[in-house]
Design a protein around this ligand. Structure first.
Ligand code: NAD
Ligand code: GLY
Length: 367
């Protein structure tokens, strides 16, 4: 098992990465579960695979699991979903010193984390991430949110979990497409700050996607360690360091918006293609050689993720895609900071990118 500390003064916690963590969830959580009844939030897909495992561990330790099961998908991250969850938590008598278990992907972690941030002005929660995306990204760092009609993740709070248990065995029931989507966030850590890890993934990516235990643990632990370092340095995304985690997200978000935030393009798939576009745009501006952008595109393509914009078959132009970027959360006083790369392993924030230039570039890529 790998144990990665997230160092945040009075709010520090551990991310434990290994096998059988869900089977021993009661022991892993220890005294954080201070009452007989333990509230668990999950979605119906995850419940179908993992409810019995959690139930067995909790009941063997004398606890009673209390379940709030939502429909799978982004729809749960809504005002209605939040209301239903907080009403349920109040009815369950959750107190500020209690911990709620968030068992699932980023949707469950974000929704539960936000509910716990505001319930009685803040109660505890434990992340039990069951997607690769949640294990390497969303369960660590304390960003919690719901979506509104105006956009994704626009209502939220920073609220750190007390513990994260990333059980690699949970990924055995994850559909391959979701596994690949999470893998995009793994490659992201290589491209943004760790050229050696990028090279390691080029050799071992297939084994990671096949859930080969040692490779998977190395990939998840390296990703979490990178995220923990960044979060410890810039917890609230104020210095610019944490913003590096958004590499590929500005292009990706525009593509997700154009495809209606639907199954047509999963978030991680949008990020994958977004990182290729960020690399190609960096090459267009003369920051990197076009061969370096090609290396990024090849790494993405080799893992079965989308790497060419024209392959999406979008019926829009570059201006339309760039228009979606105007609604980006990162817009600051009318300008959009843009993450580009100086090399594999060296991302930086550019503040001089004109959206018209991005639109012209996207027209070229749309083919
Ligand atoms: P998700 O939670 O919707 O999970 C994807 C699908 O996999 C769902 O259908 C789910 O039911 C299913 N699933 C989950 N675990 C499973 C398992 N072990 N076996 C079988 N099926 C399983 O999506 P996600 O990709 O994990 O997360 C996306 C969400 O995360 C988005 O809402 C995004 O905004 C958010 N996010 C948050 C952060 C953050 O820092 N808080 C970072 C990145 C993304
Ligand atoms: N996923 C981006 C962040 O946690 O900051």
């Amino acid at each position: 098992m790998a144990v990665i500390p997230v160092e945040l003064a009075g709010r520090s916690y551990e991310v434990r990465i290994g096998n059988d963590l869900l089977r021993n969830v009661a022991g892993q959580c220890g005294d954080l579960l201070r009452k007989q009844r333990v509230p668990v939030v999950t979605d119906a897909n995850v419940a179908a695979h993992w409810r019995d495992t959690i139930e067995a561990s909790l009941s063997a330790a004398g606890h009673e699991a209390r379940w709030h099961v939502v429909q799978p998908g982004e729809g749960a991250k809504s005002w209605q979903g939040l209301q239903a969850l907080t009403d349920w938590m109040l009815a369950e008598g959750v107190e500020r010193g209690d911990h709620v278990l968030a068992l699932g992907g980023g949707v469950i972690g974000d929704l539960t984390g936000f509910a716990c941030a505001i319930l009685k002005r803040g109660c505890g929660f434990i992340q039990l991430p069951t997607t690769l995306l949640a294990q390497v990204d969303s369960s660590v760092g304390g960003k919690t949110a719901i979506n509104t009609g105006a956009g994704k993740n626009l209502i939220g709070a920073f609220h750190q979990p007390s513990l994260v248990l990333a059980d690699l065995g949970a990924l055995n029931t994850l559909p391959d497409r979701e596994m690949r989507a999470g893998y995009a966030e793994v490659i992201k850590y290589g491209i943004l700050g760790d050229a050696e890890f990028f090279d390691w993934l080029a050799e071992n990516g297939t084994a990671v996607l096949a859930r080969e235990p040692d490779s998977l643990e190395h990939a998840v632990a390296t990703s979490v360690a990178a995220k923990a370092r960044i979060v410890a340095e810039d917890e609230r995304e104020t210095s610019g360091t944490r913003a590096l985690l958004n590499l590929g997200h500005t292009f990706g978000h525009a593509l997700e918006a154009e495809t209606g935030f639907s199954d047509r393009l999963l978030h991680g798939e949008g990020v994958a293609l977004g990182m290729v576009l960020a690399a190609r745009y960096s090459a267009r501006r003369g920051l990197i050689a076009s061969e370096t952008a090609d290396r990024v595109a090849s790494a993405i393509a080799a893992s079965g993720l989308p790497s060419e914009l024209f392959e999406l078959g979008l019926a829009c132009d570059g201006r339309t895609l760039a228009g979606h970027m105007l609604h980006d959360k990162k817009m600051d006083a009318g300008t959009l900071p843009f993450l580009l790369i100086k090399n594999v392993g060296e991302a930086f924030m550019a503040h001089d990118v004109a959206l018209e230039d991005v639109a012209a570039f996207l027209d070229e890529q749309l083919g």
